[in-house]
Design a protein around this ligand. Structure first.
Ligand code: IMP
Length: 188
């Protein structure tokens, strides 16, 4: 076993979604979004950094004319508990006025980040703002936000891989794994 494999085994308890599971979810979502956004010329916005991985796979499953942009917002700092305050780090370059905007998120947890982005984009005059998240973690939801499209519901566990990080690492793992509770406790 390599040193890097040890490094992953040290923190991951079990695999939650394999590469193939993720591919299937992405295809299903892409198919649905192709139908729902046909003829709408949407602006599809990935939320950095986590959703960059999912976004690039998702839009390649969407057979519609679109533009793409990214924005970076942060509510987590470097830890795994939301700070409760959302900061805009990198703004969009695209104009959103009168556009159908689809926000692409890796995971919606408390909903604070999504609420912040939806409010911002609505205030700028978007025609519609919807969200497609790979994972939907509803247990700690604070805001009454709607995740219009999602790949799967997850329990109140901390997951990593396929863009999702733990202390800004492990984003490049090609599957989604649950972080060992003892690792979380040790760093809490
Ligand atoms: P929210 O504002 O609480 O909904 O948090 C959204 C952001 O928190 C996501 O975009 C992720 O970056 C991060 N996040 C929430 N849960 C997890 C998790 O289980 N693993 C990794 N990141 C997470």
């Amino acid at each position: 076993m390599t040193v890097d494999a040890d490094h992953i085994n040290d923190i991951i308890d079990h695999v939650l979604y394999s590469k193939e599971d993720i591919q299937q979810m992405t295809k299903r979502l892409g198919h649905q979004l192709t139908k729902d956004y046909a003829g709408k010329d949407p602006l599809v916005v990935g939320v950095l950094k986590g959703a960059a991985f999912f976004m690039t796979d998702l839009v390649r499953e969407m057979d519609v004319k679109m533009q793409n942009d990214f924005m970076d917002v942060s509510s987590y700092g470097d830890g795994f508990e939301s700070t409760g305050k959302v900061k805009l780090i990198i703004d969009l370059q695209a104009e959103v006025k009168d556009r159908d905007v689809l926000l692409v998120e890796d995971i919606v947890d408390t909903g604070l980040t999504l609420k912040f982005m939806e409010d911002l984009i609505s205030k700028r005059g978007a025609k519609s703002v919807k969200c497609c998240a790979l994972l939907n973690k509803t247990a700690r939801r604070i805001n009454d936000v709607v995740v219009d499209y999602y790949g799967a519901n997850v329990a109140n566990e901390f997951v990593v891989g396929y863009g999702l990080d733990y202390l800004n690492e492990y984003r490049n793992i090609p599957y989604i794994g649950v972080v060992k509770p003892e690792v979380i406790k040790a760093n809490a």
